[in-house]
Design a binder for this molecule. Sequence first.
Ligand code: BES
Ligand code: ZN
Ligand code: ZN
Length: 468
Amino acid sequence: MKISAVKQLNNSSAQIIFLFEGEKSNITSIQKSLDNGFFKAKLSEVLPVTTDAHCYIAAGLGKQDKLTITGIRKTINAVFNQLKSLNITKVAVNAEKLGENATRVFVEALVNAAYKFDQLKEEKQTYVLEHVEIQSNHVEEAQKQIHLAQCIAQGQNYAKDLKNLPANICDTDYMLNEAKKLAQQNDKLNLHYLTEDDMHKLGMGCITAVGRGSSMPSYIACMEYFGGQKDQKPLVLVGKGMVYDTGGLCLKPWQGMGTMKMDMGGAAAVYGVMKAITDLKLPVNVIGAVALVENSIDGKSYRPGDVLKSMQGLSVEIGNTDAEGRLALCDTLTYIEKYNPEVVIDIATLTGAMVVSLGGGISGLFGNDDALVESLKTAAQKANDPAWHLPLFQDYHEMLKSEIADMNNIGGSAAGSITAALFLSRFTEKYRWAHLDTAGSAMGTFEKANATGRPVPLLVQYILDQIK
Ligand code: BES
Ligand code: ZN
Ligand code: ZN
């Protein structure tokens, strides 16, 4: 999709006309549809109107004082579907009515709306929206915003692809290979990865135990992007890449298992961010470290009651083999100390409790550094990718106590997302750290389980905000 900013819209393209409820249109044929009540400009209501010379797509935004970012996305989705059904390949728009950062909001929503996942179907969707013109009085600045929004949304769509692919295709080797591809495509990105042998040598008793029940090899893959000054300490992103989570011997009920191909959503978000920042050629140093593992069942599987030794030295008694994400992450979080990070942010579909507390719309945010948490909250707001700060309530460490080991991997039934975050916090004391629990937001459980590509926008915005 080519998207250009122009001073004057091209008359030959179909034109999207955004309208609020109750607003009048200076385009006669649209005003006629409003007058006779065929079109009321309700949110996500779309009407194609043709005259001898023009084609307009009237797009309702609903009541002006009620417009939200979700509303804008719904309308743009509806517009895209209309364009598709009419096979319109060139379109022009004035997006000003979308409010603050209109260009960026429009482009991000449109590229997301154009996302399709048909690679496993014989019949492919052939429709392509080829060219979009956006009217602006400041063409150069608008073009920059377009490029930024396109790179973010394409990173997001890449993350969606990885999540939508089932685990029989997107296994740990597939994920490793994707990291290799990213490195091949970019001079400044280097891939370094650990095999199970390497992990054993480093004393990673937790991540290796999780992967033992799987026929797939486990990896920790580190994508090292040095686009900034040599002496600048890197930001390290750590992603949970559980390519499938059966629950292990503490098997999940089948209803909860089908979506567990997306339990690598944290890793997928890291890949999406790496793609976006390399496409944007950002002058930053970022390491994307992903723990690629499968939690499955076998005679070799780790068991409830086992005691594992982490690389950091703490021993962990297994209360539940389904709390595997924190085990894969804890060794990875220790390993990445070697990068001497400025900041570490992990992203993980870590707890079902997150879906209960914040639902599919909001990521849970935890951290051991107030300024870092504030920066992430600001980035979430700017990127329209909501996150909510939850407490690392120290008293709850009590819940993770074990009689026979330094800690247990589960904290009981209450405050499940907090105890999971507290578990991780025992391994992140050496650096400024934040944790995003995306069990809800990565899968968009609000409507139905659906890969969202979140929190790619939040993370890219955070990185942009760090560039002085
Ligand atoms: N991958 C799941 C968390 C999850 C659940 C993500 C639902 C997305 C949707 C995680 O590994 C898990 O199973 N966590 C357990 C922890 C419990 C055993 C302490 C959970 O949340 O039930
Ligand atoms: Zn699990
Ligand atoms: Zn999991």
